[in-house]
Structure formats: C-alpha cells, structure tokens
Design a protein around this ligand. Structure first.
Ligand SMILES: Cc1cc2nc3c(=O)[nH]c(=O)nc-3n(C[C@H](O)[C@H](O)[C@H](O)COP(=O)(O)OP(=O)(O)OC[C@H]3O[C@@H](n4cnc5c(N)ncnc54)[C@H](O)[C@@H]3O)c2cc1C
Length: 293
C-alpha cells in the first residue's frame, strides 16, 4: 500500500507551525501541516497584542486570519487532525493520524505548551492497558471491555470506532453536550479518580464506582510530545533543542511554546522559521548523501 510522502511534516498549526510551513514551502520542499480543529485557540484568545513588531494593538484573531490567508496563498495544505504516533524508521518517519499512515523525512514539532494533569496511575500504566490512540491499539481489545475518557468531542469518533470492535465500551465524557454516540456505548457521567493495577490496568476508579476494564483510552485534545515520540528529550517540561532547533532525535526539530519560555508570538514565529529552514537543510543533506552512494 502507498502512503502519502512528504519532505517535512509540521505538527501544529499555531504561529510556529505556520511560520515553519511558509519557510519550507518557499524552499520548494513538499510539506503538510497537521493541527487541531482551530488554528490556534491560544492565538485567537489574545485580546490585544502590543509586543509584535509592526502590528500595534492587533488582536490575536486578526493575526490568526492573516496567517491562514498567507498559508492559503502559498497553497500549503492543512489537515485538521491530530497526530497520534511517530515511528522513526532510519532516515524517515512513519506517522499515524486517525489510523492513517503517512511518511516523511523530517518533522517540525510546533505543538504549543501543554500541561496535562495526569490521572494517578496513568503514567505507570501507559502501554500496559492504557493508551492514547484508539485507532492504533483498539484492535487489541476485540471482544473485551474498554473505557474511554474524553476531554473533548473529538473523542466521540474513537468511542464509536471502539463500539464496533470491543465487547463493551464505557464512556466518560468530561465536557458538556454529548454528540452522536452509538447506542451500545454505556455513558457514565462520573469524573475519573485514578487507575488501578500494577503490571497491567485492572480498573478505573471513578467518583461513584470501580469499573473493571481490560483497556482504557484517554483522549485529550493534544498528545504530550514525549508520548508522541518516545525518546524525545524533555528538559524542565519543554522539548530540548539546540540553536538550530534540532531535538535529540535526528530529523526532528521543534519550535514555539513547546521549546520553552518566553511564551510569545514573536519567538514562536522566529523559531518556526529557523526550525523549518533547519529541516530543509537536513532533507537536502540526506538527498545529497543518497546521490553520492
Ligand atoms: C490569552 C492569551 C493572550 C496572549 N497574549 C499574547 C501577547 O499579547 N503577545 C504575545 O506575544 N503572545 C501572547 N500569547 C501567547 C501566544 O498566543 C503563544 O505564544 C503562541 O500562540 C504560541 O504559538 P505556538 O505555535 O508555539 O503554539 P500554539 O499557538 O499553542 O499552537 C499549537 C498548535 O499545535 C496543535 N497541536 C498540538 N498537538 C498536536 C498534535 N498531536 N497533532 C496535531 N496538532 C497538534 C494545537 O492544536 C495548536 O493548534 C497569548 C496567549 C494567550 C492564551
């Protein structure tokens, strides 16, 4: 089967990701941007921006629209889907989004800052019955009992996917206004408290009961970078980068809030440009090396 292939995959469609995309595209490299449904919620919430050169008292929403227009003019493709897993494969990466695979040579992580409050037991049981990607690991639970904790409506797609293959699905939505959930799904309107089990998940403790489960999926709006790409070096809660914005993993660059303070637009846009150009140089070097061989 043929998967879509890109020179540079950009993860995140905030100021950092879009700035990277512009620079990669201008250097004639094939790219795609993956992002949340709205690019970006953080930028649109900034009421008056007075520290971004040339744009006195601009609102974040005005800038957001200008950014999107800019990338549209350059023909840059934005896929409004979350990236769930990255698998390094030597000189390339296989990447999964909503169960679909794509391949790329370099990656720019521009995923913003995230401070997920892990549930007690979650980190210890990750990969031992607990997962973040239902379309990746769901088939392991064919005919079994699984739980899903959803932090936004986005999780409903995963719930319905699991409803078709698991024996029983219990859904704990942590947001208002439930959408279209299949009838076979049991909806529990309780807050999760902790995950129980030592070598393997055994149960989820909620405010009202203890639910015995074979598997549990926790679907947040974003995936923490170190879970997206195991082995990624994190320092003081931010992705470690050098001056070229290279991470500790060959071919992976990072930009914007995810690399640490100051959490500012100008830094995000500047770093996006550097990370994009560094990714382009990396791809060029690899191509040259392949031609020599
Ligand atoms: C209320 C408020 C006011 C602010 N005011 C100012 C100001 O006046 N001046 C200033 O300079 N800055 C201000 N900021 C900060 C500024 O908005 C941020 O620094 C900037 O948005 C960071 O850009 P970013 O691209 O790094 O991250 P973000 O804008 O957070 O974008 C990250 C993107 O990555 C996406 N993403 C994350 N994980 C994944 C994944 N696994 N797959 C696909 N996509 C993913 C998210 O959906 C999001 O769209 C303000 C912020 C807020 C919240």
């Amino acid at each position: 089967m043929e998967f879509p292939q890109y020179d540079v995959l950009i993860i995140g469609c905030g100021p950092a990701g879009l700035s990277a995309a512009v620079n990669v595209t201008i250097r004639n490299k094939k790219t795609v941007v993956y992002g949340g449904e709205f690019c970006s919620p953080k930028l649109s919430k900034a009421p008056h921006i007075n520290n971004y050169l040339g744009f006195w008292d601009v609102s974040g929403e005005e800038l957001r629209q200008k950014y999107l227009k800019h990338v549209e003019e350059l023909g840059i493709k934005i896929e409004y889907n979350k990236i769930e897993n990255i698998y390094p494969m030597g000189n390339s990466f296989n990447v999964v989004s909503k169960g679909n695979m794509l391949m790329c040579t370099a990656i720019v992580l521009a995923v913003g800052v995230q401070n997920p409050k892990y549930l007690p037991g979650e980190e210890e049981l990750l990969g031992k019955g607990v997962g973040y990607c239902a379309t990746c690991d769901g088939p392991l639970y064919k005919g079994k009992k699984v739980g899903v904790i959803g932090y936004s409506r986005e999780a409903e797609e995963d719930v319905n996917f699991l409803a078709d293959l698991a024996g029983e699905v219990v859904y704990l939505p942590l947001y208002e206004g439930l959408g279209n959930i299949k009838e076979s799904v049991q909806v529990a309107k309780e807050k999760p408290k902790s995950l129980l089990g030592k070598e393997k998940l055994q149960a989820l403790e909620t405010e009202g009961e203890t639910l015995e489960l074979d598997g549990l999926f926790i679907i947040r709006e974003t995936v923490p970078p170190a879970k997206l790409l195991p082995g990624l070096k994190i320092e003081r809660n931010s992705i470690w980068v050098d001056r070229k914005l290279a991470t500790n993993i060959k071919g992976v660059f990072a930009a914007g809030d995810c690399t640490g303070a100051p959490y500012q637009l100008a830094k995000a846009v500047g770093e996006g440009a550097i990370a994009g150009l560094s990714a382009v140089s990396y791809v060029d070097q690899l191509n040259k090396a392949e031609v020599k061989v």
